[in-house]
Design a protein around this ligand. Sequence first.
Ligand SMILES: Cc1ncc(COP(=O)(O)O)c(C=O)c1O
Length: 348
Amino acid sequence: MPVNYMFGSDNHSGVHPDILKAIVSANKGYSIAYGDDEYTKRAVRKFREHFGEDIDVYFVYNGTAANILGLKNIASSFNSIICAETAHLNVHECCGPENFIGCKLVTVPTQDGKLTVDLIKPFVKGFGDQHVAQPRVVSITQPTELGTVYTPAEIRVLADFVHKNGMLLHMDGARLCNASASLKVGLKEITGDVGVDVLSFGGTKNGLMFGEAVVFFDKKLSKDFVFIRKQGMQLASKMRFISTQFETYLSNDLWLRNAEHANRMARLLYEKVKDVPEVKVVQRVESNAVFAVIPRECVSRLQEKYFFHVFDEEGPVVRWMCSFSTTEKDVERFVETVRETLAKKCLG
Ligand SMILES: Cc1ncc(COP(=O)(O)O)c(C=O)c1O
């Protein structure tokens, strides 16, 4: 049986048919380059419908660029950026923030991927001391890299603390739609309305072919972003092909329908897998991922059938992820395979 990739990551899913249709339909004739086109104007309008009239938004190709360039725009090389130890920014961006911004990343251990005021307080210090990296940004991920979700109230508390200290709040929202679907609140209510200053808004993991956005909730903050994006090599010449995807994604609730479905499949996976002997789910299932400890000796056996990431060698903690294209049948077959593989005790 060939290895199945469907629970390895939401990045392993394909492109939603409506998005593909939009790309094909944009592939007609000529259109001005670099974002001065009608597709981009319409996509920006859609962003304003969801995030408010006062935002600025810019498109880039991928999530790493959205994070690093968005942060570069608001932090200098003498600043520190505080994030969870598990943050994508820290673990999976290959020192990109340190390289492109030159800043110090201050990483905070957490139980569930979520920062709190108590956790970050010890690192918010040294203001004005020329010997010390100046705290400038707190970056949170919504949902977190562990699949947990901040409530709007939790974000508000963090934002108030951050602002009181003259800092800014950045959100890595590579999967923001999954958080919105989980909380049953709009995109603006968990971002700009609760004090987020700069947002990386994801599309790829929830049905786009490629394309992410950097959203600024205060236009003063975006003043230099076009230059930073160009220097950062993320200015798409044929921008219409990103823009048309976002226009479609933010229309007719496609973003929400896809995210609700992915979350529902993860919930189903949790319900079915939690009763399998020797599987211990170790994080709350609040978005589209299930984190579980399984017997070490079974990991590679199961990976021969289904690809998945070991998130933490301690445990070991593995991550199973659902997407907009996961089906109930997929979940049932997977859980059956988990059950069979673990029942064999994997003794070679
Ligand atoms: C939370 C989070 N942020 C950012 C990214 C970066 O996305 P990309 O791989 O498109 O650079 C990812 C990718 O998996 C992610 O999980």
